[in-house]
Design a protein around this ligand. Structure first.
Ligand SMILES: NC(=O)c1ccc[n+]([C@@H]2O[C@H](COP(=O)([O-])OP(=O)(O)OC[C@H]3O[C@@H](n4cnc5c(N)ncnc54)[C@H](O)[C@@H]3O)[C@@H](O)[C@H]2O)c1
Length: 311
């Protein structure tokens, strides 16, 4: 399995590192316009292969190095500066896709495209249009990261391992995202029935504060170190693995929706079965009325951003 990573910056290099540690690919290639950076990152990674899973690490500043890939991870493009929102990047990063993606697909007609570049939902739409690929094969990391952030916050609050928390943040990977509280379970127990002796169910104010913490996470990390890379690195590697190992794993990736809970004509995150062919199916998740209203509004927000960005 050959995995190409387009953009060898903080995120691209960390995705590659996570793929290497997890054995997600047989060959990893790093492509970046900045030849010296691609070379340096690939050399640094290759020198750790002995202690990771066996993989060939190559690099280049010509798109041809990505040819014949099974998965292409797009991390190239502008990133948020402190004070900027993800949507501020929309136009530039959508434009980049219009030039980059057709050439990538020409070299790897059977590849799955995994977009990480922000604003991820808008960039997935731009990549889908530019690629001519079936919608199932153009996905984004979407709210896999936000769901993981919410699970971490809930695990801390309830005093359990994060692996025992099942919770989704769906919709936009951004300010309009929606926590599906009605569906949270911890160790198989619905959140609404979480034992009072264990802290009980968080009240409305506490839940609002938790979601705000999730929404603000990227800003807080960017303010402290300039970029987010570790969590998104493992998130993207997890999605890559679901594809390269044909796992049919349920992940809230961004993909094109047509009539999901009445929502369509938008690329956004809902739980999907992800395997070798990309998104095999979307899973209709039970939501309450308020959550459905919020998801519908989030979809409208992404659609507007796509129109403004020409995605
Ligand atoms: N989806 C998410 O959850 C998530 C999380 C973190 C970061 N991001 C996004 O990932 C993107 C990358 O972030 P970063 O911190 O790695 O930025 P970075 O500046 O460190 O790296 C970007 C790299 O892209 C390269 N590049 C730019 N245009 C290119 C092109 N046309 N072809 C090839 N390479 C090109 C640059 O040379 C640079 O090395 C940003 O859009 C950021 O917002 C998304």
């Amino acid at each position: 399995m050959k995995v190409a990573i387009v953009g060898a910056g903080s995120v691209g290099a960390t995705v590659a590192y996570a793929c290497l540690l997890r054995g997600a690919a047989d060959e990893l290639v790093l492509y970046d316009l900045d030849a010296a950076k691609a070379d340096a990152q690939a050399l640094d990674l290759a020198q750790g292969v002995q202690f990771a899973q066996m993989a060939r690490v190559t690099h280049g500043s010509e798109l041809g190095v990505c040819a014949e890939s099974d998965v292409i991870v797009i991390t190239a493009g502008a990133r948020q500066k402190p004070g900027q929102t993800r949507l501020d990047l929309a136009e530039a990063n959508a434009r980049m896709c219009h030039t980059l993606v057709p050439e990538l697909v020409a070299g790897s007609p059977n590849a799955l495209l995994l977009v990480v570049t922000n604003p991820v939902d808008v960039v997935v739409r731009a990549a889908l249009r530019a690629s001519g690929l079936p919608p199932a094969r153009v996905v984004g990391t979407g709210t896999v990261l936000d769901s993981s952030r919410l699970r971490e916050v809930l695990a801390r609050r309830c005093g359990v391992a994060v692996q025992n928390v099942h919770a989704y943040v769906l919709g936009e990977h951004g300010d309009s995202e929606v926590a599906i509280w009605s569906n949270v379970t911890i160790g198989g127990v619905p959140l609404a029935r979480w034992g009072p002796s264990l802290g009980g169910m968080p009240g409305e104010d506490e839940r609002r504060a938790m979601l705000e913490e999730v929404r603000q996470a990227a800003d807080r990390i960017i303010a402290g170190k300039g970029a987010t890379n570790f969590a998104i690195g493992v998130v993207a590697a997890r999605v890559v693995e679901a594809v390269t190992r044909n796992e049919r794993r349920v992940l809230p990736v961004t993909s094109f929706l047509e009539g999901y809970l009445g929502i369509g004509d938008v690329c956004m995150s809902v739980p999907a079965i992800v395997g070798r062919e990309g998104v095999a199916a979307h899973i209709p998740i039970p939501v309450d009325d308020a959550e459905l209203v919020a998801l519908t509004a989030s979809a409208a927000c992404i659609r507007d951003a796509c129109v403004r960005a020409g995605a």
